[in-house]
Design a protein around this ligand. Structure first.
Ligand SMILES: *Cc1c(COP(=O)(O)O)cnc(C)c1O
Length: 393
């Protein structure tokens, strides 16, 4: 099976650009230019250099011995938690800031929910000396105070979104409105493989460095590029898309995507989109989303802010529909237990998002010779309060 985006931004039945007329010039400018810019040798050189010297790539591929023993397979961790700022998100923001410069954009806007993408964006704007505004729901600003202050320390203006539920979707609306009103000098950095075409593919391309490195690391480690499994958690799906990207067409590699089941998939408090959702349009693309019978977006729930999203990127809707990837889900409790277990077995406290991927190990059956790569998308420092409140360690 080929997983490839077409000219109109579709992966099979999902994708496209469902945007208001007013946004068309901005998105069209990006669509017409991004591939040529990404292909420029000078762009590649600058991008790779920043990934190496600033982000700290390549991130290690670590053979987790005690975890391997527990599950009876050879389990490797792709250490995105060791990226500068503590997660994979910066791979994308580094790419997009370089792209924005080439498009002649002087200002950056972004939206953020928990603040992780906001911090990754504020970081690269400080690096490049570019003005940055991050929209954030007023409720989220109160909940995620340390990230608000991180962004401010980095020189970014955090603008509260005061309409609606004052959370991520309202921040997204305000960012869109800002972009419509400032099309010529501003670039909008989206943080996952979501939004109108070309964002999903563009973000996936920046994150695909993850699977590119995995291939060469596995080649020197075990003498073959392909593992038997790649496992990653899915919020919007950018770390998973990056970890799967160079394996899409390698059918012998089983791709496993893990969503957040919150308090349980039949409790009304979950974010497991493929289990609970159906096709519709969300944030500019056709995808699968959680919605009521008459098409209203359902408020998702997960203990982890990064997975608390009612949809998935269109490429994941396609991987789900075609069966190319297997979709599992893990509850809050399962993820917290898996996070504590990894801490005690390997001395690595994972982000609670990433802990969902580890919880999936309990749902899979391995042969002893199986090679499994888990994408450890981020570190748990930001989640310490949640671990402490959960308490059972
Ligand atoms: C934001 C985040 C995620 C979820 O986003 P994706 O786009 O699905 O990768 C997962 N892990 C960490 C550590 C994050 O910060």
């Amino acid at each position: 099976m080929k997983v490839k985006v077409d000219d109109r931004g579709y992966y099979g039945n999902f994708g496209g650009a469902y945007i208001p007329e007013m946004l068309y010039p901005n998105v069209e400018e990006l669509r017409q230019n991004y591939e040529a810019i990404l292909a420029e040798p000078e762009f590649q050189k600058q991008f790779n250099r920043l990934l190496k010297d600033y982000v700290g790539r390549p991130t290690p591929l670590y053979l987790a011995n005690r975890l391997s023993e527990k599950y009876g397979a050879k389990i490797y961790l792709k250490r995105e938690d060791l990226c500068h700022t503590g997660a994979h998100k910066v791979n994308n923001t580094v790419g997009q800031i370089l792209l924005a410069q080439r498009l002649g954009k002087k200002k950056i806007i972004a939206e953020t929910g928990a603040g992780q993408h906001g911090v990754a964006t504020a970081t690269v704007c400080a690096l490049m000396g570019v003005e940055c505004i991050v929209y954030m729901g007023e409720v989220d600003m109160a909940r995620q105070k340390p990230n608000v202050e991180r962004m401010r320390i980095l020189g970014t203006e955090v603008r509260p979104a005061k309409s609606g539920s004052r959370t991520l979707k309202d921040a997204t609306n305000e960012a869109m409105r800002h972009w419509i009103n400032n099309p010529t000098d501003t670039h909008y950095i989206i943080g996952s493989v979501v939004g109108p075409h070309p964002y999903p593919e563009m973000v996936a391309r920046f994150q695909s460095v993850i699977s590119k490195e995995m291939k060469s690391q596995l080649q020197s480690e075990i003498g073959r590029e392909n593992p038997d499994y790649v496992i990653a958690c899915v919020g919007g799906g950018s770390n998973a898309a990056g970890a799967f990207y160079h394996y899409y067409d390698q059918e012998e590699v089983q791709l496993v995507a893990v969503e957040a089941a919150g308090k349980g998939n039949n409790t009304g408090q979950s974010a497991a989109t493929t289990t609970l959702g159906r096709p519709g349009v969300l944030h500019g693309s056709k995808t699968i989303l959680m919605q009521t019978d008459d098409g209203q977006v359902v408020e998702p729930y997960s203990i982890s802010a990064g997975l608390d999203y009612p949809g998935i990127g269109p490429v994941h809707a396609h991987l789900f529909e075609t069966g190319r990837a297997r979709f599992l889900s893990a509850t809050d409790d399962e993820a917290m237990e898996a996070g504590i277990a990894l801490s005690k077995l390997e001395g690595i406290i994972p982000a609670i998002e990433s802990a969902h991927a580890f919880a999936a190990l309990d749902q899979l059956e391995f042969k002893t010779e199986d090679v499994v790569v888990i994408n450890l998308s981020g570190r748990g420092d930001k989640d310490l309060d949640t671990y402490i409140q959960w308490g059972k360690y």
